[in-house]
Design a protein around this ligand. Structure first.
Ligand code: C5J
Length: 227
């Protein structure tokens, strides 16, 4: 069965059985005070707008029987997978691996590394732990998608111009068609969010397609009813 979602620069056709929703890095470290995002001087409240739309597309994807994947950016406790060039950035004392109110910053297993409660993965939904900005770099994401015959990705999460964009670029080069859900993404810099989305759909959709949670949820709802 094929659904069609109204999108820019053109309608996006998909088979839900061959599509996956990838929710990028909706972690406490980026969305809550005291984590990695705030340590870099950002106002983390700016990311809250993506939570409701992410919840809506998660519900729609689950009802339509789509594969759902969550990602988390973070590092091993011994920092052996963290390039020194990454760790050295940010203010001393508030860098990756330093102690913070939610545990060590951006370290796997710490409270800050968790996905926020409102968007907690359901049992059986894969969670990809990634050391980089892109979800394909040094992870098992690509074989996971190939084994399930996935060819299209819905992408949501934070931040639009960093981990969402990097993942979409990686996916596009690997031949996956990507639909970015604009209001289910957010940035500490609203102007970067807007430009990042434009960069995706410009030039005939050079990196992919852009839609919003209402249009995606409506199309998936139809699918859910038909399934
Ligand atoms: C950042 C991310 N912004 N998840 N990570 O460092 O976008």
């Amino acid at each position: 069965m094929t659904a069609v979602i109204d999108a820019d620069p053109a309608p996006f056709a998909l088979d839900p059985a061959r599509s996956a929703l990838v929710v990028i890095d909706m972690q406490r470290d980026f969305l809550e005070p005291g984590g990695f995002g705030e340590s870099l001087g950002n106002d983390v409240s700016l990311l809250a707008s993506a939570i409701g739309p992410c919840g809506a597309v998660l519900a729609g994807a689950r009802a339509a029987g789509m594969m759902v994947i969550h990602t988390r950016e973070g590092h091993r406790a011994d920092l052996s997978d963290a390039p020194p060039a990454k760790v050295e950035r940010g203010p001393p004392g508030q860098r990756i691996g330093d102690p913070g109110p939610m545990g060590r910053i951006l370290i796997r297993g710490e409270a800050g590394h968790d996905i926020i409660d409102a968007l907690a993965p359901l049992p059986g939904e894969p969670v990809i732990d990634k050391p980089g900005k892109g979800a394909f770099y040094a992870t098992e994401l690509e074989p996971m998608l190939r084994h399930r015959g996935i060819e299209a990705l819905f992408v949501a999460g934070v931040t639009t111009e960093v981990c969402v964009h990097t993942t979409v670029r990686e996916a596009n080069d690997r031949g996956f068609r990507c639909l970015v859900i604009a209001d289910a993404c957010a940035s500490y810099f609203p102007e970067f969010h807007a430009m990042a989305l434009r960069m995706i759909s410009a030039q005939g959709g050079i990196f992919g397609w852009v839609s919003d949670s209402a249009r995606v949820a409506a199309a998936l709802h139809q699918e859910g009813k038909a399934a």
